[in-house]
Ligand binder design. Structure first.
Ligand SMILES: *Cc1c(COP(=O)(O)O)cnc(C)c1O
Length: 489
């Protein structure tokens, strides 16, 4: 039919026969030189990371037109360095304390570069053509050892804690349906789902929206009295009793983002003996408490959860995007019912015919496990114990400044690695955002705003492996200067 392009039968005789695009060919010929330049730029950036700005007001425009013929990698790199690199601030550096932002250790860089170079598609452990998922399974087992968690968990990598929460809560949703004799994965959600939680991370609420449960459809449990974000066990049990024996999903926290508070997992264990519920723990960064004997008791009892979320691009200090989910192996059929790829026939035992595409949202997948594998082998249990303990020590030093300086006050006690504070005095509440913008614009340290118990505040989160006492000193100087410059009293 007219208009339908047909491959020319002369194709093989055209000038293009078997020839690579010339720019691609040139890049291929020059690959050694190209990678050498990238390596040198990487070294230069990492050597300067302490002084790279933590924010930028650079007014660079970013709406380039696509060129017809290619520039080649090196010319593209020149343009990147000129126009785009200046937009990239020192998020991986030691004084980026906004959100919960990790950096990248040397071993993590190695793993990440090699992942790109080998570029496997991490799916299967037994198919012809690639078994890279075995590396992922080995890495999950190393992580279980790092966190002292039992082998009754199966896990895999996703892009972040949001997707990990999504994966875990999707299996929980299927579990909930099963309790009512329903298959939500096959037939859609046909009954309201009971969700109980006290201080869910915003990403869990987003997951409730994505999962068709509804972002408003959860019961908010009271928090423990006395400036806490952890759930009040008595109020939880009261709400459980109100359900009259109906099943429910409990979303609990190992580390809330404002104040790094932890739910009481030993107490939740006792409730688990009495009531029928799916227990999910969002341990995106707080799970790393398990790496230190000093803080391990914060997660005592978490091994009995049905599912756990942990981020790797935060306290494990691997590059974005990296997180993993853990779901108890006994729930394997619920997980496969939820994520089974319809093109992949269900071949009996999902473990024997294992492929990650039947266990999580993505089909084709980067081998995100490799930077984690390298990090764990390179630094071991002691390396991560040291990173965690150093982060907490830095948080406590910063806490000491906030406590002692009369310009500031803590909004909550520092429980682990997050310091939540504000300008001292109610009359300065309307200046908090001005102060923070002024401070961040100095490009030496970066923090993010929050609202805690109806008061405007600021969060500083410590998870970067590089942060040291000198960084705390620099931040303190900039904060004192900002107070003076703005005339805040
Ligand atoms: C960061 C965080 C998330 C979301 O993680 P992403 O990696 O940004 O998707 C979820 N829960 C908690 C407690 C977090 O700290």
């Amino acid at each position: 039919a007219a208009g339908v392009p047909v491959l020319s039968s002369n194709f093989n005789q055209s000038n293009q026969t078997g020839q690579m695009n010339p720019t691609l060919q040139q890049d291929l010929n020059e690959i050694e030189n190209i990678l050498e330049k990238v390596k040198q730029q990487g070294i230069d950036f990492l050597n300067a990371i302490d002084t790279v700005p933590t924010s930028t007001q650079n007014p660079i425009t970013t709406n380039r037109n696509l060129n017809d013929s290619g520039l080649g990698a090196l010319t593209a790199m020149e343009e990147f360095n000129q126009r785009l690199a200046p937009l990239l601030v020192s998020q991986a550096g030691p004084r980026y304390w906004g959100f919960v932002t990790g950096g990248v250790t040397p071993a993590a860089i190695v793993g990440d570069w090699l992942t790109t170079i080998y570029d496997p598609n991490a799916q299967s452990t037994n198919a012809q053509g690639g078994v890279s998922a075995l590396i992922e399974i080995e890495t999950i087992n190393l992580l279980l050892q790092l966190f002292d968690l039992p082998k009754s968990f199966l896990g895999g990598f996703v892009t972040g804690a949001t997707m990990s929460n999504f994966t875990c809560l999707a299996v929980a949703r299927q579990w909930f349906g099963k309790q009512l004799g329903l298959d939500f994965a096959k037939n859609g959600i046909s009954a309201p789902i009971n969700i109980l939680t006290a201080t869910p991370h915003s990403s869990s609420v987003k997951c409730l929206a994505m999962l068709g449960i509804g972002s408003q459809n959860f019961t908010k449990i009271k928090t423990v009295e006395g400036n806490r974000e952890a759930l009040d066990i008595a109020d939880l049990e009261k709400n459980i009793k109100n359900l009259n024996g109906q099943p429910f999903i409990l979303i609990s926290s190992a580390g809330t983002v404002n104040t790094a508070d932890f739910d009481d997992f030993d107490a939740i264990n006792k409730l688990k003996e009495k009531y029928n519920f799916w227990w999910h723990i969002d341990a995106a960064f707080g799970g790393f408490a398990a790496c230190s004997p000093k803080y391990k008791q914060l997660v005592s009892g978490w091994e009995n959860a049905d599912s756990i979320t942990v981020d790797c691009h935060k306290w494990l200090n691997v590059p974005y995007e990296s997180a993993f989910y853990l779901v108890k192996e006994k729930h394997i059929n619920l997980q496969v019912e939820t994520f089974q790829n319809s093109n992949a026939p269900y071949l009996g035992d999902p473990l024997e015919n294992f492929s990650y595409l039947n266990f999580l949202p993505e089909n084709s997948r980067r081998l995100k496990a490799l930077p984690v594998w390298f990090s764990l082998l390179a630094y071991g249990k002691e390396g991560f114990q040291d990173i965690v303990e150093n982060s907490v020590a830095m948080a406590l030093q910063f806490d000491e400044f906030i406590t002692q300086n009369e310009g500031f006050e803590l909004l909550a006690p520092t429980r682990l690695n997050n310091v939540c504070f504000t300008l001292a005095g109610e009359h300065n509440q309307e200046k908090v955002s001005l102060f923070l913008t002024h401070l961040n614009d100095k490009e030496k340290v970066f923090m993010t705003p929050t609202v805690y118990q109806n008061r405007k505040g600021i969060r500083a989160s410590f998870v970067n492996w590089r942060t040291n006492e000198n960084d705390i000193r620099i931040a303190i100087e900039e904060m004192k200067a900002s107070i003076l410059e703005l005339g805040i009293e």
